[in-house]
Every structure is written in C-alpha cells, then in structure tokens.
Design a protein around this ligand. Structure first.
Ligand code: GLY
Length: 381
C-alpha cells in the first residue's frame, strides 16, 4: 500500500470542479498520488451551475477552428468517458446522447441559421437541415411559428452535478484524496520551481507538481510569478433550473436558439441558460436576466412557462483573451501545470483535458519530457 497522498502527493490539484476532478481521477488511475483541494465542496462552484451541454457543433464559433477541433476530439471521447466513469463510480453521470435542435424563430434568425449551417458544414461538422414541420414532429412542444431548424446529431448533454459526484467517487476509488473547504493561499516556489502550496490556515503541503484547475479564479492565485500567470477573467452566466411537475416529455433533445438553450435531464428537469455578462466576480441573480431567459425561451418553447423554477444560479466561466483553454505544463515555471480557461466548454473538454494532463503529469514524473495538448501555451505566445 502506497503512502497516503497527503503525506507526499506527487501532484496537488487546486480546484475540484469538473476539470480538477477529471484530472484527479485520470492521474490517480495512472498511479500518481493525487491530492485535490477545493475551497468549497467538490463540484460546488461553477460546475454546479453549468448546464452540461456537450456542444462542439452548436458552440462552434467563426475564427475559432482550433478550439472547434479540440471540442470535436473531446466530444468523441465522451461516450467511453461516461461509461468508464459509471463503471468506476457505480453512479450515473447523467450522460444523455440526445442530439440538439438549433432553431430560428423568425426570418432573420432563419437566415442567420443558414449562415451558421454553412460555416459548420465547411468545417466538416455533421448538420441536418430540417423543415420547421419536421422539427415539430420530433419535438411537438416547439412553437408553431418557428422558421427554421437544424439537427445537430453529435451535440449531447450530461448532468454536471451527477457528473461531479461520479468523478469524486471514481477519483477517491482510484486513490486520490479530495479535501473540501480547503483554500489555497499561495503557490510555493523554491529554487525556481514549484515546491507545493500554502493553505489559508497556514499549513504547507510539499509537492513537486501543482495543477491549477481553479477556473475563473486561476488568475488570482498568489505566489505565481507574473510570467507564469494565465490571463483568465470571469464571464458571468445566469441559468434557471426548471422542473415539470407533469414529469418528462416536454423536450427530449437539447434545444438552442440564437439567444438561449434548454437542456433536458431526461426526468422532467431542465436547465435554461444563459446570460453572458462581464461583471467580474459578481454572482448575484438579476431580475432582468431571469426575465430575458424566460422570454426568449418561451418564444421557441412556449410550454416552458408551465414549469416550476427550482433555482436561479449564476456561475463564472473562465475566459481567456482568445477563448482557448490553457492546458498543460507551464512554459515559465517548472512543476506548474495549467488546466483552465475553458470558458463555455469546460464540461465538454473535461475528458480531453484530463487525458492530456494525466499524460503530462506522468511524463513529468518519469522525467521523460512533456506531452502537451497545447503546443504553444498561452503564456508563451
Ligand atoms: N456552454 C454554455 C454556456 O457557457 O453558457
């Protein structure tokens, strides 16, 4: 039996959201002694607010081909990731391979949708154009006034709350230690390389490798030298958790319009999202965002107004200047690994991020150099 991770972890992971937990699981599976720290509960921060869209096609953005490639690669990993996780943890991560309908509610939106479809087809992404009547045959609750629809057969969904619970279980079973309510005050650097972390209570944990998976807070962590700091900022997103007292059936696929998305959980629960707001670390719930979400959703799915509101939540997406995540060993500080900046795609990119980081960490442990998903990390550009 190897020593408990807390005695001498091979790697400390800061942040036990969907990214940190996925890395902790994959790294522990490879035999590393992993200690993952979260200042709240595992999965209790931004991951808890995420709707869980696995949307490489719906969220493809012009000028971001490299990011689209990453999303497509990670989407392809999802079925096996989910199945392996369920087997390892004994709990379902709530993976729903249901496809997405992207709808346009008026003539302008239909024209915009046609352009969006052309762009995605030019990237080789799978898209099916549907007549509005065909979309309504698939999803009878859609508004009769819709003008256009696309079916995105490869864009699915997962329940991030169930996902994080499964990841925490699998990570622990694989030997990782997860410590809740443990805030890192500072990264420790000695002799020009990572030496560990100092906790808010003053305790020090020595470790030769630290993974910063702190999402929107990654840029705030003390102790990181300026040249190794990743430029991450919070972009607020407000969502509503809704529940149909009549049970499942209102909507089977993920639904998306220009303005909003509705993600079904398959059991009568839905997440409606999301605002996109540059408001720093503010997570207040505003009447305006709540109103706009419901107004825009009701235009494409009128029955949404029959649902009960279970919760209104706000999360902070970790955004970088070029919207690309920063994944891999820091070019500026030995022993520092980044896994942040996932912006709108953290849940989708979790499998790819975790596999890349676990490979990087294992290579670093073996002293045989680094593999990195990102050939030129953001800080080096
Ligand atoms: N990917 C959905 C969002 O960030 O709102």
């Amino acid at each position: 039996v190897s020593a408990a991770p807390q005695d001498s972890p091979d790697v400390v992971v800061i942040g036990a959201g969907v990214i940190g937990l996925s890395i902790a699981w994959r790294a522990a599976q490879r035999g590393l002694r992993v200690l993952a720290l979260d200042r709240g509960e595992p999965g209790g921060g931004t991951s808890r607010v995420a709707a869980g869209m696995l949307a490489p096609v719906a969220e493809a953005t012009f000028g971001e081909q490299r990011l689209v490639e990453m999303k497509v690669r990670s989407a392809a990993l999802w079925p096996v990731f989910a199945a392996e996780l369920e087997a390892a943890s004994g709990t379902s991560p709530g993976y729903l391979p249901v496809g997405t309908l992207y709808v346009g509610r008026d003539r302008d939106a239909a024209e915009a949708l046609a352009r969006e479809a052309d762009f995605r087809r030019s990237l080789g992404l799978e898209i099916e154009s549907l007549l509005p009547g065909e979309a309504r045959r698939r999803e009878p609750a859609l508004a009769p006034s819709l003008r256009a629809a696309l079916h995105l057969p490869t864009d699915h969904a997962v329940d991030p709350v169930a996902l994080c619970a499964a990841l925490a279980g699998a990570a622990r079973d694989a030997g990782a230690e997860l410590r809740s309510h443990t805030e890192v005050a500072e990264l420790l650097v000695a002799s020009g390389r990572v030496a560990g972390v100092r906790l808010a209570g003053g305790a020090r944990i020595a470790s030769p490798r630290v993974v910063v998976a702190a999402g929107a807070w990654a840029g705030e962590l003390a102790g990181i030298p300026a040249e190794a700091r990743v430029p991450v900022r919070p972009v607020k997103g407000q969502v509503l958790r809704l529940r149909d007292p009549a049970g499942p059936g209102l909507l089977t696929s993920v639904l998306r319009s220009e303005d909003v998305y509705v993600v079904p959980r398959g059991d009568g629960r839905y997440v409606l999202g999301a605002s996109v707001e540059e408001k720093g670390f503010d997570t207040s719930i505003s009447a305006l965002a709540t109103y706009e979400l419901l107004r825009d959703a009701a235009e494409v799915l009128p029955g949404i107004l029959e649902l009960e509101i279970e919760a209104a939540l706000a999360g902070l997406r970790p955004a970088t200047p070029d919207n690309l995540p920063v994944i891999g060993p820091s070019a500026a500080l030995e022993g520092l690994f980044n896994a942040t900046g996932h912006y709108r795609n953290g849940v989708l990119l979790a499998p790819l991020t975790a596999e890349a980081l676990a490979a990087d960490l294992t290579s670093a442990t073996n002293g045989v150099g680094h593999l990195s998903l990102q050939a030129d990390p953001v800080e080096a550009r």
